[in-house]
Design a binder for this molecule. Sequence first.
Ligand code: PLP
Length: 363
Amino acid sequence: MTTLLMTPGPTRVPESVLAAGAMPMVHHRSDEFSGLLVSTLDRLRPLFGATGDVLPVHATGRGALEAAITNLFSPGDEVVACCNGRFGEMWAEIATRFGLVVHRACSDWSRSIDPRDVEATLDAHPMARAVMLPHSDTSTGVLNDVAGVAAAARRSGALLLVDAVSSLGGVPFRFDDWGVDVAVTASQKCLMSSPGLSFVALSHRAWEAQAVARLPRSYFDFAAIRKALARARPETPGTTPVHIVAQVHAALTCIGEEGVANVFARHQQMALMTREAVSALGLSLQCPALGQLSPTLTAIRAPEHIGPAGIRDQMKARGILVARGLGRFESTCFRIGHMGDIRPADVRRTLDALAEILRSGTR
Ligand SMILES: Cc1ncc(COP(=O)(O)O)c(C=O)c1O
């Protein structure tokens, strides 16, 4: 029996995307592959809501988040980090390791980011050059207010960098309209493909920062990637992970066929189904006070007498994989991913299994 992956990444890869990943090897410097690469980036731009550059970065999301730091900043630069979850905190730690001075606007995982807190942190640190924000923080299921934080960043002339790894493709994103400067996503979540490839959208302001930034970079050099893409036969530096590009291209075909608006509506519907079941089953969300919740995953508090490990083990016995809680929620919570190729019927099966486990009442 194939396990149903109800995890917030990697997510189930649809048949047509699997097939694209099984194509005979194509050379990464061929016209054939170059066309596929260009078409993939063209199809991604509307998902970002960006008209400018979208670059492929040969790494999982974390590598691209690191690349955003090394490409835009110099040692000692100050930044404001929104840390209301594991992934906001992770990005702040990456920045710290590269010698940036990080001011945290929020470090309470049970709260949404309030743009006024970002504004106050920027006022307290007027030299801060940028704000770093997770859109959907996969550890808590929060959906942070990118537009509000973008406005706060803009008022003080700071750049806005957004981690859209668990949102892009499942949730509307408006890079240009919101005034985002860098947005990062990865192949293995809403883009329904194998892990190993990320994409980064960049604004003009981001390129200006890139031109003067002094942190060392080599493999992850955005200017080098842009230069390779601008060649007569567009390509990437080094050997491109051609099969993941082919998979993402096929996944974007699926998204196009379903219709982007329908894809977003399906994610909303699945999130709603999950939240309604949480309350109908007498459970509670991991962080009930969050202002806005992500349509792509739900973090749930496990009943004490069963515990999160009990829930996950019994789900696994029924062929369903749900994720553990992260950080201080590991011993009390679990997470259900409902993103990418996951359908309402998959969510229904998962929620029915959860109801059955609760009825049995055993660990
Ligand atoms: C919001 C977010 N950011 C970053 C990452 C890290 O990405 P990756 O595991 O692709 O390196 C994840 C992974 O789950 C994530 O959910």
